[in-house]
Design a protein around this ligand. Structure first.
Ligand code: ZN
Length: 385
């Protein structure tokens, strides 16, 4: 039977069987695609046995090898656990597991919806509530502040204040950000970004009674070693380069674009949900012939019907976000900060490198923020010009 005949046969089926078939087919397509990507990445773990040249100074071959073997183990495990859960999910669907579980758990089935809601709550907490309790201090007057003001002015960023926030305790994705509306914007720098500010570094300075200069003459070897081990953060030029990247996001309108996209997405989802929730064949496809419980409707629509849309959307957003990151790097580069951004990125990623090499297709599908190595390579190409 050719492809067209099978498609035709499918078209002749009742709507609920068609829906069911498409859901199952899509689930396996996504599964096979991701397995294919994981195998490509696995090949990278197998064949990349040396630290990439760019990272030579921050990663030794022993750490690299350890991380490589760990990732290999992990990929073996995820292969089997992925296969298991795909088969389990398929069997549940095929044998009418959802109505069965629904009857079994009665009203409490709704708890299945807890996962994502909980996640949203945690995100809201981490992004909006927790920062309220952080300690913000104005960046003291000085060279760094002046330079930040000059840079902000040069790109028409309406800067009103610069703060430093104690971020040492929390690990965070970003090192600097800005907030505020229209003509009233504030820049916030994490103290971990600043070499001359960090709490850790202050302790060293007090202990040794030395100036916050890195290469002060006449330090004993011991103190130098201590400073080398503990001192973190970036030099002023590097801080400016990182900030140049962040301000690039603003100047290029990335922030606004992201807000518009997520608003449009929520609107579309609610609209489609309202249209779909009344369709009985959707419920029938999953074994609910008599009743149409709303919670099951939520599950079916968000988990299964939206799943192709979500895959496509999340891929587009990943592509877009990567593009934004490279554009922001290029913006910093246009401000003449390529070299400083390069060294800042190396410093800032020193402690969370993991396994630094990735297959390009795997990376493109999974990483909304390009891995360090890809950013460094993009910057290096321009540094040589
Ligand atoms: Zn960025």
């Amino acid at each position: 039977m050719g492809l067209w005949e099978s498609l035709d046969a499918m078209w002749q089926m009742p709507a609920e069987e068609r829906i069911f078939g498409v859901v199952l087919l899509f689930s396996w397509t996504v599964y096979l695609w991701e397995t294919f990507l994981a195998q490509r990445q696995r090949r990278i773990y197998k064949t990349t046995t040396h630290v990439p040249l760019e990272l030579g100074q921050i990663m030794d071959s022993e750490t690299f090898e350890k991380s490589r073997l760990y990732q290999l183990d992990k990929s073996t495990f995820s292969f089997w656990s992925g296969l298991y859960s795909e088969i389990e999910g398929t069997l549940i669907l095929l044998f009418g597991g959802i109505p069965y579980l629904w009857r079994l758990s009665g009203r409490f089935c709704g708890y299945a919806g807890f996962g994502p809601e909980y996640e949203v709550l945690v995100t809201i907490y981490a992004d909006y509530i927790a920062p309220l309790f952080d300690k913000f201090t104005p960046l003291p007057e000085g060279k760094l502040k002046q330079e930040i003001e000059v840079m902000a002015k040069s790109i028409d960023f309406p800067l009103t204040k610069v703060y430093v926030v104690e971020g040492s305790k929390r690990s965070s994705h970003s090192n600097a950000y800005f907030y505020g509306f229209f003509k009233n914007k504030r820049i916030v720098l994490f103290d971990t970004l600043l070499e001359e500010y960090s709490v850790l570094n202050k302790d060293i300075q007090e202990e040794s009674g030395m100036e916050p200069h890195r290469d002060g003459e006449g330090d004993s070897e011991e103190i130098k070693a201590k400073v080398k081990n503990k001192k973190q953060g970036c030099k002023n030029e590097e801080v400016l380069a990182v900030l140049g990247h962040e301000l690039g996001h603003w100047k290029l309108g990335h922030t606004v674009k992201n807000i518009i996209i997520s608003q449009m997405n929520s609107f579309l989802c609610f609209f489609l949900f309202a249209v779909l929730i009344g369709r009985k064949e959707l419920f029938a496809a999953f074994g609910f012939y008599e009743s149409q419980p709303t919670l099951i409707g939520l599950l079916i629509i968000f988990q299964f019907v939206f799943s192709p849309y979500n895959e496509v959307l999340s891929f587009c957003l990943t592509v877009l976000s990567r593009r934004f990151e490279f554009q922001a790097d290029a913006f910093a580069e246009k401000l003449g900060k390529a070299k400083d951004l390069y060294s800042a990125l190396i410093k800032l990623n020193k402690d969370n490198l993991g396994f630094p090499v990735s297959d390009w297709l795997f990376s493109m599908w999974h990483y909304s923020h390009p891995p360090l190595l890809e950013r460094l390579q993009a910057l290096k190409n321009s540094k040589q010009d």
